[in-house]
Design a protein. Structure first.
Ligand code: SF4
Ligand code: SF4
Length: 183
């Protein structure tokens, strides 16, 4: 994988995690000094909190807890982790998260831990998912409020990933090697 090949298509999730750690080791300090990346990380932290609060207020988190306890089913199934690319995984490291070393639940997503999702910067599929029973149970104004907050979270995640990729691309030559003048 070159410095600018973030999709890492064909790699397993453990290989992508390894690549994200390598990216973080090489670029992490510089990315965390970049004002736009820093602002987007701080912004995403707030958006994640806002989404979680909107879901809590709308009763979604308690409904999901009941679903898991009574029906044994989280919707975070095995295989969803393959939607994640190296940049999105590295964004989690920049946000101070730890990437899972192994799968906790055989039928679950690689990033599903005992307390739920272990990531902060999540794929659109994860952020945007509200199952049909939840959508039907929510009052319209709650549904709109939740959709607006998760829309903000997805937008900020997109901007952060693009900022990370641009920062690295701008400082790498076409072979993926780091420019000697990069700062
Ligand atoms: S989103 Fe729906 S399917 Fe997933 S855990 Fe919550 S209630 Fe269950
Ligand atoms: S929300 Fe987290 S645990 Fe659930 S599928 Fe997405 S990445 Fe996996």
């Amino acid at each position: 994988m070159t410095a600018t090949d973030f999709s890492a298509a064909g790699l397993s999730i453990t290989e992508k995690i390894e690549a994200a750690h390598a990216l973080f080791r090489k670029w992490g300090d510089r990315l965390l000094k970049d004002i736009s990346v820093r602002e987007l990380i701080a912004g995403l932290d707030l958006k994640v909190i806002a989404s979680r609060k909107a879901m809590l207020d709308a009763g979604i988190l308690s409904a999901c807890r009941r679903c898991e306890e009574d029906e044994g089913g989280s919707c975070c199934g095995a295989g969803i982790e393959n939607k994640y690319d190296v940049a999105l995984l590295a964004a989690n490291l920049l946000m101070g998260m730890t990437l899972a070393a192994e799968r906790c639940f055989q039928a679950g997503c690689f990033f599903l831990g005992p307390e739920g999702c272990t990531l902060s910067a999540r794929h659109t599929l994860c952020v945007n998912f509200l199952c049909q029973p939840i959508q039907k149970a929510l009052a319209l104004d709650d549904l709109v409020r939740v959709q607006n907050t998760i829309g903000d979270e997805m937008d900020t995640t997109f901007l952060l990933i693009e900022a990370i990729k641009k920062y690295i691309r701008d400082r790498s030559d076409t072979t993926g090697a780091t420019s000697s003048t990069s700062r």
